[in-house]
Design a protein around this ligand. Structure first.
Ligand code: ADP
Length: 189
């Protein structure tokens, strides 16, 4: 199996590149942000709880996102592999993911990190807020999401570096150019 963690700050293009990767490699896309937004759309109890946290730009508790991912991993029959997008966002989540995959006799193949500077992230997210109306794409929440990323999520990079699995890619450029860099890194595997 080919299991990829697509990593990077909010607005770095993880969702866009995940779609490209799926198109080429036929992996199953697991985005915790999308799963949480589906709960909100379905007005479930979990969704209502998550919305309050997401609108502030904070992280939803580890148990919740780990539980959502676990349900998907175990229910998938003979997958070619998974692409994890927006997960793991804490070292605790990264450890839980390793355990879940080990119980399915598989593991993370590669972590691909999209590198984009803060100013560009803020510009992209404000534009997305205008185009798509996502309630967490406003300046105050965007700044908090970037702060939360720096404080709680960047340690996940070290976690995969220690395993020799982390690869950094320049996330500025055209979608096609960035995808070519991703494919080059994936071809190493
Ligand atoms: P972005 O990467 O642009 O912030 P996401 O859709 O990945 O967008 O995440 C949106 C929000 O959903 C996050 O700010 C957070 O509140 C919540 N969320 C998503 N994934 C996780 C996760 N793995 N752990 C905790 N919270 C999460």
């Amino acid at each position: 199996m080919l299991n990829i963690v697509l990593f990077g700050p909010p607005g770095s293009g993880k969702g866009t590149q995940a779609e490209n990767i799926i198109g080429k490699y036929g992996l199953k896309h697991l985005s915790t942000g999308d799963l949480l937004r589906a709960e909100i759309a379905g007005q479930t109890e979990l969704g209502m709880k998550a919305k309050k946290i997401m609108d502030k730009g904070e992280l939803v508790p580890d148990e919740i996102v780990v539980g959502m991912i676990e349900k998907r991993i175990v229910s998938e029959k003979d997958p070619e592999g998974f692409i994890f997008d927006g997960f793991p966002r804490t070292v605790k989540q990264a450890r839980a993911l390793d355990e879940m995959l080990a119980s399915q006799n598989t593991s993370i193949s590669l972590m691909i990190s999209l590198d984009v500077d803060r100013e560009e992230l803020i510009n992209r997210l404000i534009k997305r807020g205008k185009d798509q109306g996502r309630s967490d794409d406003n300046l105050e929440t965007i700044e908090n999401r970037i702060r939360v990323y720096e404080e709680q999520t960047t340690p996940v990079m070290n976690y995969y570096e220690q395993q020799g699995k982390a690869r950094k890619i320049n996330g500025i450029g055209s979608i096609e150019e960035i995808f070519i860099h991703i494919v080059n890194v994936m071809n190493e595997k």
